[in-house]
Design a protein around this ligand. Structure first.
Ligand SMILES: Nc1nc2c(ncn2[C@@H]2O[C@H](COP(=O)(O)OP(=O)(O)O)[C@@H](O)[C@H]2O)c(=O)[nH]1
Ligand SMILES: [Mg+2]
Length: 350
């Protein structure tokens, strides 16, 4: 197994020189289980014990996608992480729960959303925000194209909301259609997959990893490509898992993100909605709420048909969500209680 196919390059090789002189070999983390990691090394897959780095205060935990220094032994161990590029995090959900790394060394991050049931523009915006934050290049993959009448039309609509992001509607059960994503794996790149549960992430990963036969259909999944060292069929299911693609590159599958918070994401939202932000900067009043104010450049753009009204609405809703996420928890509870009260009053009025 060539390290280059897994994303090893000259820069990483230079950074590794001293470790190599100390007898270590580089390897990439395919899966982390309790205390051990399954690694892809030049010699093949190897399971290694993770040496507890807690005595070194700043030592980060090993995550799927990491490059590590492998030390031969019985058992082999890993204790050094190389610098990361492109780290995808599930944001902290408040209440002191820290953010969670979903995977790292991701070059291209596909936000996966199904066309059926109809895509949720807000969720897509939220996930694209997470993608921009990761440092990876975002793309949007719309699955279940076989289940809707006009997938291209829906794709165009979502593309309007995501300037600069390539959009690919696909039937994920059809390897010939999934092949459009292979361009993101060339040169040993890693394609990450994020999205709600059940949108087809794992199917996309398995289809990309399957060896194509001459008739273009997927053969059985290449067992060397699947991160299961017990010989059982790989069931990436709940976990974060790095799947090797035999023709080069890797796919990093993640568990479903049902509700993805936006703590600290204001900047990334502004990037996703760069056009609205640029317009808002031209409003006459600096505190313009883009509702009825005179001299509002955003409303003018909507009137002129330059900006879809829905895009302003999505930007405002995401903005409110950020306020919500960053408000202290007591304020959130109080506000939720008030909301419940108002709802009860409305119900009582009938
Ligand atoms: N018809 C159809 N079924 C799909 C498509 N993508 C995924 N599925 C099915 O949807 C279900 C969930 O897919 P899975 O890959 O497990 O979703 P994940 O939770 O995002 O990993 C599986 O039964 C897939 O076969 C698609 O494009 N078309
Ligand atoms: Mg899955």
């Amino acid at each position: 197994m060539s390290l280059a196919e897994l994303g090893w390059d000259d820069e990483r090789d230079r950074a590794f020189a001293a470790l190599r002189n100390a007898g270590r070999t580089p390897a990439r983390v395919a899966r982390v289980d309790r205390g051990t990691a399954l690694l892809y090394a030049a010699a093949g897959p190897v399971r290694a014990r993770i040496v507890d780095g807690r005595h070194r205060s700043a030592a980060p935990a090993v995550v799927t996608g990491d490059w590590v220094a492998l030390r031969a032994g019985e058992p082999p161990t890993v204790d050094v992480l190389l610098d990361r590029r492109g780290t995808v995090r599930r944001p902290a959900s408040g209440g002191g729960v820290p953010d969670q790394v979903l995977g790292t060394n991701i070059d291209v991050l596909a936000v996966v959303e199904a066309l059926d049931p109809a895509p949720e523009a807000l969720r897509v915006g939220r996930l694209l925000t997470l993608a921009w934050q990761s440092g990876a290049v975002p793309v949007l993959v719309l699955t279940m194209a076989d289940r809707v009448a006009d997938p291209a039309a829906v794709a165009r609509q979502l593309a309007d909301d995501a300037p600069g992001v390539p959009v690919h509607p696909v039937d994920a059960t059809d390897p010939a259609q999934v092949a459009v994503l292979r361009r993101y794996l060339s040169g040993g790149r890693t394609l990450g997959l994020v999205g709600a549960p059940g949108v087809g992430k794992s199917l996309l990963a398995a289809t990309l990893a399957a060896t194509a036969t001459t008739d273009g259909r997927a053969a059985t999944t290449d067992s060397r490509a699947t991160p299961d060292d017990d010989g059982r069929a790989a069931t990436p299911g709940g976990g974060r898992v790095l799947v090797r693609v035999p023709s080069g590159g890797c796919v990093l599958d993640t568990p479903g993100l049902a509700g993805t918070g936006l703590l600290g994401a204001a900047e990334a939202v502004d990037r996703t909605f760069a056009d609205v932000v640029a317009l808002a900067a031209e409003c006459r009043f600096p505190d313009c709420a883009h509702l009825t104010e005179p001299g509002c450049a955003v409303l003018a753009a909507i009137d002129d048909g330059v900006l879809p009204a829905q895009r302003l609405a999505n930007w405002q809703r995401l903005g409110r969500e950020i306020d919500w996420e960053t408000r202290p928890q007591e304020a959130r509870i109080a506000s939720a209680a008030r909301w419940e009260q108002r709802r009860a009053q409305r119900r009582a009025r009938g």
